[in-house]
Design a protein around this ligand. Structure first.
Ligand SMILES: Nc1ncnc2c1ncn2[C@@H]1O[C@H](COP(=O)(O)OP(=O)(O)OP(=O)(O)O)[C@@H](O)[C@H]1O
Ligand SMILES: [Mg+2]
Length: 259
């Protein structure tokens, strides 16, 4: 479980995150959308112990984020992949798990690479992979770590639409089979709704949560769900709130430049 209590993160005069209260239950799939610069990455980094809050408290499985990370409770897929250039895809996937002191499992690493569509590239170095392929290695690496909680920051950013949809379904399946807790940041509203149990909309300057939607669509999420009216209505509702948040953000920007 992730618990954020009055979390604020300030960088000089930027209030990247203001007073966020949020609880993510075990096994929940939470998605986060919001305009660029509204603090999504900062919020995720705070949960992951990579950024200290200026105020407030973060607990991950009842521990500090640092302790949770040390215990390999948290897996992180960054907005930009962070693969080791001198290691092959399979070694990159296996590395974090071994660093965390868990038994090595090359076969498992190879299986995950196949599952994310990288069969035949297991022994390739990152330089020989496209941006989307590198992101898929990073996803496989986070899953292979075996953490209960996956923090994913636009993990599908560099992927084409078909691969995005396929990997989205796979991530959800994995989440269902292994009861992971997932916090997933995306700029795609349909993706956010399709994947989520709950979807959080943020606005910027200061970065805060403006609305939380319970996504009450049938599970498993199938093609029928995707093309159904209930899904479209939910997407429209989230888009409406996001649109309002965007226009408020740009008004703030204008006011500042006019001053
Ligand atoms: N290390 C830092 N030092 C100073 N300012 C920062 C730092 N990290 C983020 N910021 C600022 O905090 C705000 C939120 O940034 P953040 O990266 O969290 O946004 P985001 O919602 O992830 O945006 P995007 O959708 O573009 O990835 C921005 O104004 C950004 O300039
Ligand atoms: Mg970001």
């Amino acid at each position: 479980m992730i618990e954020l209590d009055g979390v604020t993160v300030r960088f000089d005069d930027v209030l990247a995150v203001r007073d966020v209260d949020l609880t993510v239950e075990d096994g929940e799939f939470l998605t986060v959308v919001g305009p660029s610069g509204c603090g999504k990455t900062t919020l995720l980094r705070t949960v992951g112990g990579l950024q200290d809050p200026t105020a407030g408290r973060v607990r991950v499985n009842g521990r500090s984020p640092d302790a949770a990370r040390a215990n390999a409770d948290l897996g992180y897929v960054f907005q930009q992949h962070t693969l080791l250039p001198w290691k092959s895809a399979v070694d990159n996937v296996a590395f974090l798990r071994e660093m965390a002191g868990k038994p090595g499992d090359r076969e498992g690493a190879r299986r995950l690479l196949r599952e994310v569509g990288l069969e035949g590239f297991e022994d390739a170095r990152p330089a020989a992979l496209s941006g989307g392929m590198k992101q898929r290695v990073a996803i496989a690496r986070a899953v292979h770590l075996g953490a209960d909680i996956l923090l994913m920051d636009e993990p599908f950013g560099e992927l084409d639409e078909i691969t995005r949809e396929r990997l989205g379904v796979e991530i959800r399946e994995l989440w269902r089979a292994e009861r992971k807790t997932v916090v997933f940041v995306t700029h795609s509203v349909p993706e956010a709704v399709f994947l989520a149990d709950r979807c959080v909309v943020m606005e910027s300057d200061p970065g805060r949560i403006v609305e939380t939607f319970d996504v009450d669509l049938p599970r498993p999420r199938t093609d029928e769900v995707y093309s159904g009216d209930a899904f479209q209505e939910q997407v429209a509702a989230v888009r409406g709130v996001l649109h309002d948040a965007r226009s408020r953000s740009s008004t703030v920007g204008r006011t500042l430049t006019e001053q």
